[in-house]
Design a protein around this ligand. Structure first.
Ligand code: C2E
Ligand code: MG
Ligand code: MG
Length: 757
């Protein structure tokens, strides 16, 4: 049978159970009426389906089946007994309750893993509350009634007592986390019906009201058949399981049930005076137990509240990955350390630790390995520093250490060295061993000036940047000049954004000379930033910032346009030959700009300079960082006829294999080599090799930074034909270019410069 069919059958059984129970109450003479027999048949069928198809847990099936049989036996024996209140059926009723208790305990133990405490307490409140009412109205009066044997009344009161335990367990289940299912509901209602059947019997027994035997049987019959319906439902298999997605019963239901279980006994106690000492004793004991349970429940609640509160605060102040304090908590620690330090000699140390190239680890190996690395780093940091020091993780790969007891700078630096040392051994990850380094900024609270915790942490952060710039895997100690640098940089950054529109930028030009012929063959355009008030900023200072911020893209475009326009006007005016070239420096960042090739094309078109006369100078870094993207742009430019030069050659780390893949037509030998080319034989060899390589590649050679005639002669003897440098001319203003060209190309002056006759 499919699940759907089974579930439908269960519902039919359940509805039939109620209907048949009601029919029995109305028409039956005794327990063996037709509806009663059908009820039993349903139960039998239900259990059979439950045990075979639905795979109900065996203990639960057994207990339920036996309970059903015991209840039926109790009633059948009672019907056939000679005396109205015989002991056997009464004992069987008691047995049925004990069995239900066993079954419920089995289920509850499975379901309440880890969250038993408050649920059990709530169930207990319901059970005890109900017991008090049952005692006052049912048990106690029957104890005093004449005509019953003492054993009979005792058994009955025990049965009612156990029934209250059933009620307590049932309530506990209701309050616990479960996945609601018809199977659970049917079985739960069946148990509740059994309970009400027993209580109804006890009420009749008191003699206040009277019902026919059939009416009294109705709840029991319904219970037996309903349990069968429950077992016919496929969800019965999970009756003892904690659901994977659990549903907490509505807090309101729980609150209402427990409160009414508390209020009911109070009302009962208030309106009903104790009959005798025994009554008083039972009432007192019950009330005492109830109070104890309620109190423990309250204490438990308060404690739970406190832990939740604690947990919330802890979550807000700690990092979830490493369990270390977070930025907020660390600032509090620093604040406290600094506040208590002023009266002593101590100068609390703050280390700002940034894991080097952590982004690479994350990007290449995935975030879970990244997390492992961070956890291991946090573990190493914690064990590297003294026990009284605090370690915090304040952001992704940034950690901060505070030692509030340091007294000298040496101690601060030693602490940082310990931290750096702790990272030296490889970190084991699922992907193999990995070496991790860090850059550490060290700052300590000065005794003379008052700083805030935030400022001290920022000082350490600033020093950390210095350590990064110094090549990583090292320590930098904060000093005040660093702050000046930071402020200065920020100032440059903001001003640079406006420099272009304020016309603060201009190009200067340095001639590139054919040293064999003494002719100016080209110019290199170099950018200058005039911030006014005779403040000229060197490109070494602002180009790196422009590159980092991306402003280099518009600045670079402007430079190409301006340089070509300028060259056009010199050629047109006859100041230089029509084949003169213009070299413009280009940053990697510009090559990554999708518009760059268009910018160059348009500049060439508007100036009318042939593409072959534009040299774009790129440094070796272009081959190292994301070479494929840059390569694509360079190939397109090369396709246009534009020529590419490698600037500052020999200072980068480009490999020959990479060099081969780039469309290079010129190599510019870096100033550093030219500087040493006269005095050092090794440098001469390097320059010779570079020239040989360039010749093999079919590329031209330009020597940069030629400052004296010795260098010039050495280069000439090494077969280098082109050069630029202060020996010929410094980079000059556009207005000075015609004069400089004239001067350089004058044979008399040329002889003077080169020292040759
Ligand atoms: P670079 O492209 O290698 O430019 C040559 C640098 O050497 C220039 O410095 C120039 O003034 C200097 N120089 C030339 N001859 C001599 C010499 O005989 N002795 C000495 N000591 N120095 C000499 P500058 O103008 O300060 O430019 C520095 C760097 O800034 C350039 O190096 C270039 O990489 C960058 N740069 C300049 N303008 C631009 C530009 O428009 N765009 C880009 N992306 N970078 C530029
Ligand atoms: Mg250059
Ligand atoms: Mg250069």
């Amino acid at each position: 049978m499919t699940r759907k069919a089974l579930s439908a059958t269960a519902w039919v059984f359940a509805i039939a159970a109620i209907g048949l129970g009601a029919a029995h109450a109305l028409i039956a003479e005794n327990f063996s009426s037709v509806p009663a027999v059908v009820c039993m048949a349903i139960a039998l069928l239900g259990y059979a389906i439950g045990a075979t198809t639905n795979k109900a847990p065996v203990p639960v099936s057994l207990i339920t089946a036996i309970t059903g049989l015991v209840l039926i036996a109790a009633r059948v024996i009672e019907d056939n007994a000679d005396t109205p209140h015989s002991l056997v059926p009464e004992s069987l009723f008691l047995a049925s309750q004990v069995l239900i208790v066993l079954g419920l305990v089995f289920i509850i133990r499975r379901r309440l893993i880890g969250q038993a405490g408050n649920v059990l307490a709530d169930g207990l409140i319901v059970g005890i509350g109900a017991w008090l009412v049952v005692w006052v109205y049912l048990v106690q009066p029957s104890l005093g009634a004449t005509g019953n044997s003492a054993t009979f009344t005792t058994i009955r009161s025990i049965t009612l007592g156990v029934a209250m335990i059933v009620l307590f367990l049932l309530a506990t289940l209701l309050f616990s986390q479960t996945v609601p299912s018809p199977a659970n509901a049917f079985v739960g209602i069946a148990i509740a019906l059994t309970l009400s059947g027993l209580i109804l019997r006890a009420v009749v027994f008191r003699g206040d009201v009277s019902f026919s035997a059939a009416t009294l049987d109705a709840p029991l019959l319904m219970a037996i058949a309903l349990a069968g319906a429950g077992f016919a439902h496929p969800a019965i298999r999970h009756i003892a399981a904690t659901g994977s997605h659990t549903v907490v019963p509505a807090l309101m239901t729980r609150l209402l049930t427990t409160t009414s279980s508390l209020v009911a006994p109070i009302i009962v106690l208030a309106i009903d005076k104790p009959a005798n000492t025994q009554d008083t004793t039972v009432r007192t004991i019950t009330v005492c137990i109830l109070v104890a349970v309620v109190m423990s429940r309250v204490v438990q609640s308060v404690r739970l509240n406190a832990t939740t509160q604690d947990q919330l605060v802890r979550n807000a102040l700690t990092d979830s990955l490493t369990g270390l304090p977070n930025r907020v908590l660390m600032l509090q620690h620093i604040e406290t350390a600094m506040r208590s330090s002023w009266k002593t000699h101590v100068q609390p140390t703050v280390l700002f630790i940034d894991v080097d190239r952590f982004k690479n680890i994350n990007d290449s190996l995935g975030h879970s390995i990244g997390d492992d690395v961070l956890t291991e780093v946090s573990r190493r940091l914690t064990s590297a520093v003294p026990a009284h020091a605090t370690v915090a993780r304040i952001a992704g790969d940034e950690f901060v250490v505070l030692d509030a007891t340091t007294e000298t700078v040496t101690q601060s630096v030693l602490l940082a060295e310990q931290v750096l040392d702790s990272l030296r051994s490889p970190i084991k990850t699922r992907d193999g061993d990995m070496f991790v380094t860090a850059s550490i900024g060290v700052a300590y609270a000065p005794t003379s000036v008052e700083l805030s915790a935030n400022e001290l942490m920022r000082h350490a952060d600033t020093a950390m940047y210095r350590a990064k710039n110094a090549g990583r895997n090292c320590i930098a100690l904060f000093d005040d000049s660093m702050l000046d640098n930071v402020t200065k940089r920020l100032d440059v950054e903001t001003a640079l954004y406006r420099a272009l529109e304020r016309n603060e930028l201009h190009l200067v030009h340095q001639p590139i000379v054919d040293i064999d012929l003494g002719l100016v063959v080209g110019f290199e355009a170099l950018m200058r930033w005039d911030r006014g008030q005779a403040q000229v900023v060197s490109p070494d200072e602002f180009i790196p910032i422009a590159e980092e911020t991306g402003i280099i893209v518009p600045l670079g475009s402007w430079a190409i346009n301006d340089a070509l326009t300028q060259l056009r006007s010199w050629i047109d005016a006859g100041h230089c030959s029509p084949s003169t070239t213009m070299s413009v420096n280009v940053s990697v960042r510009q090559l990554h700009d999708p518009q760059f090739v268009t910018v160059v094309t348009e500049a060439l078109a508007s100036s009318g300079i042939p593409a072959g006369q534009l040299w774009l100078e790129v440094t070796e870094s272009v081959m190292i960082t994301e070479p494929t993207q840059a390569l694509a742009a360079l190939h397109r430019l090369h396709g246009l006829g534009v020529r590419i030069a490698i600037d500052d050659f020999g200072t980068g780390y480009s490999s020959l294999s990479l060099l081969q893949r780039f469309p290079i037509q010129c190599i510019k030998i870096d100033r550093a080599f030219v500087n040493d080319v006269v005095a050092e034989a090794a440098t001469q060899n390097i320059v010779r090799t570079i020239i040989a390589m360039a010749t093999a590649m079919g590329a031209e050679i330009v020597a940069e930074g030629v400052e004296n005639t010795e260098q010039l002669h050495q280069l000439l003897s090494l077969e280098c034909h082109r050069a630029q440098g202060y020996l010929f001319s410094r980079p000059v203003h556009v207005d000075d270019v015609p004069r400089v060209v004239k001067f350089l190309e004058d044979p008399n002056h040329w002889r003077e410069i080169t020292g040759r006759n």
